[in-house]
Design a protein around this ligand. Sequence first.
Ligand SMILES: Nc1ncnc2c1ncn2[C@@H]1O[C@H](COP(=O)(O)OP(=O)(O)OP(=O)(O)O)[C@@H](O)[C@H]1O
Ligand SMILES: [Mg+2]
Length: 322
Amino acid sequence: MIPVNGKERGIIYTFYSFKGGVGRSMALANVAALLAKWGHSVLVVDWDLEAPGLERFFGVQDLRTKRPGIVDLVQARKNGESLRWRDCVIEIDVHGSSTRLSLITAGRSGPDYTARLHSLNFPELFDHGDLGSYIEELRNEWVSEFEFVLVDSRTGVTDIGGICTVHLADVLVLLFTTTESSVEGAMQILERARKEQEHLPLDRRRLLAVPVPARDESRTEYERAAEWKKRFAEQFSELYRDWLPSGKTALDAIDLLRIPYIPYVELWRAAASNRGGHERPCELGPRVRDTGSHSCDAPRLVRGAERPNTCSSADAQAPRTR
Ligand SMILES: Nc1ncnc2c1ncn2[C@@H]1O[C@H](COP(=O)(O)OP(=O)(O)OP(=O)(O)O)[C@@H](O)[C@H]1O
Ligand SMILES: [Mg+2]
């Protein structure tokens, strides 16, 4: 939470990667489930409107045919109809957590989803509709109700991605892999978002970034991975410096944050054995109840133990307050 005008409010973390398929949605789902397990209120939003599917990680894909989401909200606003974001929320119970995790999908799924998405001209809605103020409204309501809002963004450089990286984000979680274009794309999007935020007619704190090496292969490609780690540290040291505690280096942060690439079956086994049980990660088969709320486990992809204060590899924490 951060204090604003004497009140505490939550923080919006936008998960962004320049390229697709790096494990962005999986990381977001893991972080959300762990935060809920630790007792925080969390809202996750699938804003990857062109390639949606965040709900799969929580095993509630069937509900997307029934429940509206982001596309429906924007469409309703465009047509002057009333649809509340609260009517879009799917509540998910995370095992072992007393708090709930709320999910808003990209939009009601069905044969007309793509046509409905393409009927929305986002630049036009910003210029001649009131999409900018509507997004600001959503943003303010979300951060007043949730401690953490995690937004899954579109990849590349797009108008829809710009909503997530420029308009919504307090913090950009930048996932990248060991390719030049992935690293440069992450830097470019941050620079662009910072520049565009300066032109918003709204009050914004400096946009922070958490660079996260995804699909880390240190376990199998040690030397190559070590070279890349040095390269990442050089490229992103300034971004880490914005929020790292003194005495900690970019390399410490990279060690703590990197997400190992684990072939799937191994991942499932590791997650099960870490809990000493046979339970499966969300994506592999959460237990869905009929009560209207839906339950899942937290897979243990995010390294750093069960609670934030037990992280051992470094004292580094993702930025939460400024
Ligand atoms: N750390 C990991 N180790 C092994 N497999 C992973 C890991 N993270 C994700 N995966 C696998 O890679 C696939 C892609 O992951 P995910 O959907 O999270 O990527 P994404 O970056 O969100 O992709 P997209 O851009 O298509 O939305 C997943 O189905 C998952 O099986
Ligand atoms: Mg995804």
